[in-house]
Design a protein around this ligand. Structure first.
Ligand SMILES: [Zn+2]
Length: 111
């Protein structure tokens, strides 16, 4: 959890995922989260747990924080499996990696 001294020495808490000041957050293991970020972090915890990997809500929260605050980056969750499989096949066919394929598709779509 991230703490900051607020006015008058009162401790202000910050959401570990978005950095907003919060009055009362929800604690998930070592992380403290606002109402908006809680479902995102929990979904990610579930997803990682389903892969049989160890989960750490604080690590996930900090990653979300970095993603939110870094320009030009966007994490896309829950891509329909069929679409993702088709994208991977297309990437192989065209000799592109997935990043190149996605950027190309976006560029073509936006004209
Ligand atoms: Zn938040």
């Amino acid at each position: 959890m991230t703490t900051q001294k607020g006015e008058g020495g009162r401790k202000m808490r910050m959401c570990d995922a978005c950095g907003k000041h919060i009055q009362s957050g929800t604690r998930v293991s070592r992380a403290i989260l606002c109402r908006t970020c809680l479902p995102d972090v929990l979904a990610e915890v579930e997803r990682i747990r389903a892969e049989g990997k160890p989960t750490d809500a604080l690590v996930i929260a900090r990653r979300l924080f970095r993603e939110t605050h870094s320009a030009g980056s966007y994490l896309l969750r829950d891509i329909p499996e069929q679409l993702w499989t088709a994208a991977k096949h297309k990437a192989v066919d065209e000799g592109l990696n997935l990043r190149e394929l996605i950027l190309k598709a976006l560029q073509e779509y936006l004209g």
